[in-house]
Design a binder for this molecule. Structure first.
Ligand code: NDP
Length: 341
């Protein structure tokens, strides 16, 4: 059972060498051990690389909403697997599931109550690491519930080509909004416009002045901002929001590796423009998941949603894939293939 373990706690930008592959000998496990009633044994197929995992690499002070990783223990995160053996009445061998698992070939999950069985195994199983899993519900819930959008409104999405961003943009287009995205390369900008149907997009790394870039794309201002990056982008957006605009604070990836967060200068715009800025954590809303799964599985079958994944082959390459999120190496949802079946 090969696994990726955390080697040391991380400060600043994470490196591949902060994690290492450990190979334990012996045959692949095939049974939930005696005395572990309630557990399931899962063969991991696809692992999800997610920005929030960076927070779990820091030495925990107990303040985060997720507990930290433990040095020398496997990294844990969302993934898709196949149940090999079950001592839990809710799961049986052969079920495909998604949820929290280990960065290893097989995981013994002692409390599987957080796992979801996959109801559409006819769709690519890897989609359950993103579009049909955590990132997808994040985009859907964050956009529809937190942003309270109306048809025709002007929507801005940052980190727009990523797992969450590409879906927010498309959900906004399905609602009849005008949608602009920012991303970190010209190829990503092309993807936004040509594959995901954004009305406009810009490469934030090439813009000298983000305020001017936003004014160019939104001459009448922004009604809804789906925030994925924070920092200078948030500051520029505040200057360009319309009165009674809404901001869904989903993530601030530009801040996750900084010792000291960037200052935000334009907070008074919240008052003068009567803005509503609301943070949310998707795992508080998993009661909405089944409804989401059915709706979006149907969208995929009807061709209403396009979806781009960045697929890395091999558990051994998972650390590089994870740290690549922080330099924008990924194009679309970052997935790691551990095994195909
Ligand atoms: P992505 O697939 O978008 O990958 C991360 C992307 O962020 C990179 O590809 C890169 O794209 C961009 N990025 C990296 N560093 C910076 C930086 N310094 N400034 C600007 N952009 C940067 O990730 P996800 O879609 O999975 O996540 C998007 C956001 O949503 C994250 O902030 C994440 O933490 C948050 N999130 C929040 C959840 C919640 O429950 N609140 C749940 C899931 C995600 P580029 O090339 O464009 O720079």
């Amino acid at each position: 059972n090969r696994k990726i373990v955390l080697r040391n706690y991380v400060t600043g930008f994470p490196k591949e060498s902060d994690m290492e592959l450990v190979a334990a000998g012996g045959a692949a496990p095939s049974r939930v051990p005696e005395g572990t009633d309630g557990a399931v044994l899962v063969k991991n197929l696809y692992l999800s690389c997610d920005p929030y995992m960076r927070g779990r690499m820091s030495k925990s002070d107990g303040s985060s909403y997720v507990h930290g990783f433990v040095v020398a223990e496997p990294i844990t995160g969302y993934g898709v697997g196949k149940v090999v053996d079950s001592r839990h009445p809710g799961f049986k061998a052969g079920d495909y599931v998604w949820g929290m698992t280990g960065w290893e070939e097989y995981s013994l999950i002692k409390d599987p109550t957080g796992l979801f069985t996959i109801r559409h195994p006819e769709l690519p199983l890897s989609y359950y690491t993103g579009l049909l899993g955590m990132a997808g519900l994040t985009a859907y819930y964050g956009f529809h519930e937190i942003c309270a959008p109306k048809e025709g409104e002007r929507v801005f999405v940052s980190a727009a080509s990523g797992a969450v961003g590409q879906l927010v943009g498309q959900f906004a287009k399905l609602m009849g909004c005008y949608v602009v995205g920012s991303a970190g390369s010209d190829d990503k900008v092309t993807l936004l416009k040509e594959k995901f149907g954004f009305d406009e997009a810009f490469n934030y790394k090439k813009e000298k002045d983000l305020n001017l870039a936003l004014k160019r794309c939104f001459p009448e201002g922004i009604d809804v901002y789906f925030e994925n990056v924070g920092g200078a982008m948030l500051d520029a957006v505040l200057l360009n929001m319309r009165v009674r605009g809404r901001v869904a604070a989903c993530g601030m990836i530009s801040q996750y590796n900084l010792d000291r967060p960037d200052p935000i200068h334009n907070l008074t715009a919240i008052i003068t423009k009567r803005l509503r800025i609301e943070g949310f954590i998707v795992s508080d809303h998993y009661d909405k998941y089944r409804e989401y799964e059915e709706k979006v599985a149907r969208y995929v079958k009807e061709g209403k949603i396009a979806y781009v994944e960045d697929v890395t082959e091999g558990l051994e390459n998972a650390p590089a894939a994870l740290i690549g999120l922080f330099s924008g190496r990924n194009v679309g949802k970052q997935v790691v293939v551990v095994a195909k079946e």
